[in-house]
Design a protein around this ligand. Structure first.
Ligand SMILES: [Zn+2]
Ligand SMILES: [Zn+2]
Ligand SMILES: [Zn+2]
Length: 54
């Protein structure tokens, strides 16, 4: 059976795709970075600066 190993970051505007191994799990969702996981406090940038999801 195939296992899903990567998925889109749960941050709504984020387009990053993260592998489950590297993802930051929070409240049952997976995020690409701490900034996304925490909802971009203080306009903290995404790990992918070009992403612009913050
Ligand atoms: Zn992002
Ligand atoms: Zn993200
Ligand atoms: Zn984000």
């Amino acid at each position: 059976m195939a296992t899903v190993t990567s998925m889109k970051c749960a941050c709504e505007k984020c387009l990053c795709v993260v592998s489950l191994e590297d993802a930051i799990a929070k409240d049952g969702k997976y995020y690409c970075c701490e900034a996304c996981a925490n909802g971009h406090p203080n306009d903290q940038d995404c790990q992918q600066k070009e992403c612009g999801c913050s």
